[in-house]
Design a protein. Structure first.
Length: 198
């Protein structure tokens, strides 16, 4: 696997590129379109693959890390990381506005979506996300300060096929969320113990 040290590296691709986006000086800035989302059926019954995502096709194991900035104010405003094998097998994780506050959460989809969510212990306008795939185990972590990395989710993620690895932003109930991604990298997987917070 080739290391990617900047979100501006060659070979990136969009899923549902928004009308407004800017990629410069190691940062991706975008403004969401209306009714954008990634979801597969559970509870709501609908299928949506209209969210904005930007990333790279990666073989093998990796660690993805990125800083995210946005002002989450409306129901289901969301931004974070996105990992995709196909339209029915994907993972998104980050901040999402629900229960009247921005919360940290993760959706794992294998044909049907699940959703876990909880209170974010920091300032949700600025946060970091990390995903490490190693030996078919996917470890999702988040950080409020870029230094301490609690575990958000651990799940099985099979196979070694090429997969999309990157960032996402969605606004299912509106448009106009401005999001900035920076400090982006994809590298060899971190070889740390599961509950190592660094």
């Amino acid at each position: 696997m080739n290391m990617i040290e900047s979100i501006e590296s060659a070979g990136a691709a969009w899923i549902n590129q928004p009308r407004i986006s800017c990629l410069a000086e190691g940062r991706l800035q975008l403004t969401t379109e209306p009714h954008t989302d990634f979801w597969e059926q559970t509870y709501y019954g609908f299928r949506r693959h209209t969210g904005h995502a930007f990333g790279y096709s990666i073989d093998g194991d990796f660690t993805l890390q990125v800083k995210v900035q946005a002002d989450f104010r409306h129901l289901y405003d969301q931004a974070g990381i996105f990992l995709k094998y196909d339209d029915q097998n994907w993972v998104k994780a980050g901040i999402e506005f629900n229960d009247s506050q921005p919360a940290i959460g993760c959706v794992v989809t294998r044909t049907l979506s699940d959703w876990s969510t909880g209170i974010f212990p920091g300032t949700p306008e600025i946060f970091w996300m990390r995903a490490t795939l190693h030996n078919q185990s996917l470890r999702i972590q988040y950080s409020a300060d870029g230094l301490t990395w609690p575990l958000l989710r651990l799940c099985h993620w099979p196979g070694t096929e090429r997969r999309f690895v990157g960032v996402m932003a969605c606004t299912p109930e509106r448009e106009g969320l401005e999001v900035e991604f920076s400090e982006f990298s994809i590298r060899s997987p971190l070889g740390r113990a599961l509950h190592d917070l660094t």
